[in-house]
Design a protein around this ligand. Structure first.
Ligand code: MTE
Length: 448
């Protein structure tokens, strides 16, 4: 079993702990019968540690708990559902290593505690350059204009009601901040996957394709080749998006997230969804779109979100998030409690399309095995992978390596640093390594 500083006991039970044939048959025999028979079956069929517990008499089986003997709570006691109190450790966290500047900060998503590919909205990571607001949708507007009247014939202002009458689409996409895994460039080796990779989330977004709005405003695609998106918060967040990304219909002006309205922290009531592109271009509290004929070189693309290369030059407009993956369980800060079977699980993603394959190594990259991909695999979305592992109790180094549909293979730190040097902050998609000690302790290490 695995234990975690953030959340205990998340690995699936070892095969020897699965229900025995007798236990399964006993389910049909009524609850009391089942409890007695399952206790007997446990003594006969289960592995040593469990046998010991059963022979002592497991009170969790022998004594009926209060949830079986008392009346439960009524419906709608909580009109909006919240997680169990036993899940109180599954929360967004601020990194102890990052300084908060006013309201400008980051909270990281607890990847080690999540299953599948959808991030619950309340756990979606947050990155605000100037804090968040809960904006009144009745007072929110989206203006669409051109930097020259030639580029867009009919500039318009839309209310939320105007927008939500239009034909909408719902699509599942990941969003990753360009600075995700940024501390690892300096080999800082922060302790948990929440801090190494937690500026990553994946939701179903609902909204109207930006293409539809631009065409409604009479865009001239021949002349208007770039879009500037602007947020309504005090950070003057503005980003240039090439028109090809809009023309293919993928960019969405979204109001929905996982079946409900966006959360205020994530841009309520309107945000831009730019699939495959780094999070900063997903402008929140979206209030204006301008079309123009050249990139705008705003502060958030000329000074920030650029990469210092080994030759001293800066790389700009590297917006697509390259193929990447990480094992989320077991991961740094967790503890394997005994040797035996584990379901090793993680997520993979690519800003260039679908994930084709994920390989996993248990010996620091010497040998690789192909993991099971949990489909259906979606375009520019998180993809869950799983692989069986029988831990022999000896030290191990766990790694995952993703390959996307373009054939791009996620690089090692050695390969990435050869091209990018060591002075970057952004766009680190190197293979992550988790070291398992004989004690079962799991920690972050860098393997070149
Ligand atoms: N949009 C506005 N208006 N203001 C911001 O501070 N932060 C950007 C982007 N959009 C930001 C913004 C950054 S850097 C990222 S990574 C994503 O929003 C984070 O989105 P999230 O907070 O929903 O996770």
């Amino acid at each position: 079993m695995v234990d975690s500083i953030n959340k205990p006991g998340r690995l699936r039970p070892a095969p020897e702990n699965f229900l025995s044939e007798e236990q399964i048959k006993a389910v049909g025999a009524g609850r009391r019968d089942f409890l007695r028979k399952s206790f007997l079956a446990a003594g006969a069929a289960l592995a040593a540690p469990v046998v010991a517990r059963a022979s002592e008499g497991d009170s969790a089986i022998l004594n009926l708990p209060e949830w079986t003997t008392t009346l439960g709570q009524a419906v709608a006691v909580r009109p909006y559902g919240v997680p169990s109190k036993y899940e109180a450790n599954v929360i967004r966290r601020e990194s102890p290593g990052l300084t908060r500047v006013g309201a400008a900060s980051v909270s990281f998503c607890p990847l080690q505690s999540l299953f599948g590919i959808i991030t619950p909205s309340g756990l979606h990571f947050e990155r605000h350059h100037q804090g968040w607001h809960d904006i009144d949708p009745a007072r929110h507007r989206l203006m669409i204009n051109g930097s020259d009247p030639e580029f867009l014939k009919k500039p318009k202002v839309y209310t939320m009601d105007d927008l939500m009458r239009l034909p909408s689409v719902s699509r599942i996409h990941f969003i990753e901040c360009g600075a995700n895994t940024g501390l690892e460039w300096g080999n800082v080796a922060v302790p948990t996957v929440q801090y190494t990779h937690g500026m990553l989330s994946c939701s179903e977004f609902t909204g109207v394709p930006l293409k539809l709005l631009l065409e409604d405003c009479g865009v001239d695609y021949k002349k208007a080749r770039f879009v500037l998106a602007e947020g309504a918060d005090g950070s003057s967040m503005t980003r240039t998006i090439p028109m090809e990304m809009v023309e293919n219909g993928e960019v969405i002006v979204a109001w929905g997230q996982n079946g409900e309205m966006l959360r205020p922290e994530n841009g309520y009531p309107l945000r831009l969804v730019v699939p495959g592109v780094q999070g900063v271009s997903w402008v929140k509290w979206l209030r204006r779109i301008e079309v123009g004929d050249k990139p705008y070189a705003t502060k958030d693309e000329a000074v920030h979100y650029i990469d210092l290369m080994p030759d001293g030059l800066h790389r700009q407009y590297t917006s697509i998030q390259e193929c990447k993956s990480v094992i989320t369980t077991p991961s740094g800060g967790q503890q394997l409690l005994d040797k035996g079977f584990y379901n090793v699980s993680g997520v993979a993603w690519s800003g260039r399309g679908k994930i084709k394959q994920v390989d996993v190594s248990f010996d620091g990259g010497l040998n690789w095995q192909t993991a099971r991909i949990e489909g259906p695999v979606q375009n520019k979305a998180l993809t869950r992978f799983n692989i069986n592992w029988v831990w022999d109790g000896k030290p191990a180094i766990l790694q995952s390596r993703a390959i996307d549909e373009t054939g791009y293979v996620q690089p090692t730190y050695g390969q990435l640093r050869k091209v990018r040097g060591t002075k970057s902050i952004y766009h680190n998609n190197a293979i992550q390594s988790w070291k398992v000690l004989e004690s079962g302790e799991v920690s972050n290490v860098q393997v070149l």
